[in-house]
Every structure is written in structure tokens, then in C-alpha cells.
Ligand binder design. Structure first.
Ligand SMILES: Nc1ncnc2c1ncn2[C@@H]1O[C@H](COP(=O)(O)OP(=O)(O)O)[C@@H](O)[C@H]1O
Ligand SMILES: Cc1cn([C@H]2C[C@H](O)[C@@H](COP(=O)(O)O)O2)c(=O)[nH]c1=O
Ligand SMILES: [Zn+2]
Length: 189
């Protein structure tokens, strides 16, 4: 489990990235960390890309229906403008943000803000998703989570797409995706 650093009690900004496949628990882990932030009486702002309105317009909702309030934003730069006087910034579905997202996270961290980012590291083809490689590069702490493979019960790192339509971005749930391990996903080389 990720334990928050408390180096000499000094407030200093840093970037945490939580990544993994769909259903691996990224959103639950993001919510867990943000709830602890609130228990500590710290001020947090949570953002998600406006594109992601699967469960709720404003809340971030996990597959187990745990939720936390968030602000949908059209682009990464808006986070920089809107995150004023906060101790912590949470960002979900980071794979959908534009190329400025890693820079934005770095600027927030430089301002002394703890930034907690969750996102899909790979798309349904097992290829790096959006700006996630850049976010992983600038992260101070990385947590990679795994779901349970729906074929063999092993560790799933692939979000297998069950239908043959759509490009890289195709919002959906269990109707479209199921977590699978590398062997069971049998992706093309
Ligand atoms: N195959 C699976 N492996 C693990 N968890 C699953 C699976 N299918 C459904 N779940 C549920 O999904 C929850 C995680 O949801 P969530 O945090 O929203 O994941 P993510 O944000 O990574 O997609 C788990 O606690 C579990 O109840
Ligand atoms: C693999 C993959 C996923 N998506 C979409 C499907 C969901 O709407 C989100 C991921 O949500 P989660 O919180 O991680 O469960 O991303 C996509 O558009 N393209 C893909 O390849
Ligand atoms: Zn498997």
C-alpha cells in the first residue's frame, strides 16, 4: 500500500501516478488517498476530463460505485488555472488529457502541491495510452495495479476490447472491455 511521505514534516510538492488496466482499482485507490487528505483537513481539488461522463457528470465513480466530487475540465491547462490555494490535486482518467498534462502536473508540484494522477497506462491493444508515458516519466511515485484476468484468474494488465469497432478512444464498461492477462489477451505482435 502507498504510504504518504512526510519528510521532516516540510510541505513540498510531488507527483504520484496510479496506473494499470481497467478494473484494477485505480479510481478506488485515488478516492482512498483523497479521503485521507480530507481527514487530514487538507484542501483538495479533483479534476477529470470532460469527455468522461460515463457514470456521472461531476463525480468520479469507481466500478464499485464509490464516488468523490470532481470538476470536469476541457483541457489540462484549465487544471493549472483552477487549482488555487490547494494542498492536493487529484486527476482521474489522465490518459484522455492533452499533451500539456505532464507540464501542468510539474508546475503544480513546483508550487508545493501534492498531485495524485490516475490513468490507463495501456490501451486495448497494449500500446501506451496518450500522455501516460510522459506522466510516468515525471512521477516521483508510481503505483501499478492489476485486475483479475476474466479468463484464467491471473494478474490482468490488458483491458481487452470485446468488440471489433472503434479507435483508441471508446468509452465503455464491462459491455465492451474485460481485464485479461498477457497470455489470455493474445494481442497481435
Ligand atoms: N476482473 C476484475 N478484477 C478486479 N476487480 C474487478 C474486476 N471486475 C470488477 N471489479 C471491480 O472493480 C473494482 C475496481 O474499480 P475501479 O477502482 O473503478 O477500477 P479502475 O479505475 O482501475 O477501472 C474492484 O474493487 C472490483 O470490485
Ligand atoms: C482500454 C481502453 C479504454 N478506454 C476507455 C474505457 C473507459 O471509458 C475508460 C477507462 O476507464 P477506467 O476508469 O480505467 O475503467 O477508457 C478507451 O477509450 N480506449 C481503450 O483502449
Ligand atoms: Zn489470463
Amino acid at each position: 500500500m502507498f504510504i504518504e511521505p512526510n519528510l521532516k514534516g516540510e510541505r513540498k510538492g510531488w507527483i504520484e501516478v496510479i496506473c494499470g488496466s481497467m478494473f484494477s482499482g485505480k479510481t478506488e485507490e485515488l478516492i482512498r488517498r483523497l479521503k485521507r487528505v480530507k481527514i487530514a483537513n487538507l484542501k483538495a481539488e479533483i479534476f477529470k476530463p470532460a469527455i468522461d461522463v460515463r457514470y456521472d457528470e461531476v463525480n468520479i465513480v469507481s466500478h464499485d460505485t464509490n464516488s468523490i466530487h470532481s470538476t470536469p475540465v476541457e483541457n489540462a491547462h484549465s487544471i493549472l488555472l483552477m487549482a488555487q490555494d490547494v494542498d492536493v490535486v487529484g486527476i482521474d482518467e489522465a490518459q484522455f488529457f492533452d499533451e500539456e498534462i505532464a507540464y501542468v502536473c510539474e508546475q503544480l508540484a513546483l508550487k508545493g502541491i501534492r498531485v495524485i494522477v490516475a490513468g490507463l497506462d495501456m490501451d486495448y491493444l497494449g500500446k501506451p495510452f496518450g500522455q501516460m508515458p510522459n506522466l510516468l516519466a515525471v512521477a516521483d511515485y508510481i503505483t501499478k495495479l492489476h485486475a483479475v484476468c476474466m479468463r484464467c484468474g491471473g494478474m490482468a494488465s490488458i483491458s481487452y476490447r470485446k468488440i471489433a469497432t472503434g479507435g483508441q478512444v471508446l468509452l465503455g464498461e464491462k459491455d465492451i472491455y474485460e481485464p485479461r492477462c498477457r497470455e489470455c489477451a493474445q494481442l497481435p505482435a
